[in-house]
Write a protein that binds this ligand. Structure first.
Ligand SMILES: [Zn+2]
Length: 80
């Protein structure tokens, strides 16, 4: 049972490693990831952060608090 499911949002944007990876995970809409992967462009996170789709925070990195706040605001019900 999951209370974290939100089909349009995926925090797992790890596609490769790089040396200028973000320090935090940002929530990005899956359709944006797909589009950016095809176009080779940047993705825009929920918080407005823009970064290359190929760059993502390392596993274990904290989640961007702004993205988290917005993400939780999107959750139906919104209870803890
Ligand atoms: Zn963010």
């Amino acid at each position: 049972m999951s209370t974290q499911t939100l089909p349009e949002v995926d925090s797992d944007t790890r596609h490769s490693t790089g040396d200028d990876t973000p320090k935090m995970f940002h929530y990005v809409r899956k359709n944006k990831i797909a589009e950016s992967a095809v176009m080779g462009t940047h993705v825009v996170a929920l918080c407005g952060e823009v970064f290359p789709v190929t760059k993502a925070a390392k596993p274990g990195s904290p989640v961007c608090p702004d993205c988290k706040k917005i993400y939780e605001g999107l959750r139906p019900g919104g209870d803890e």
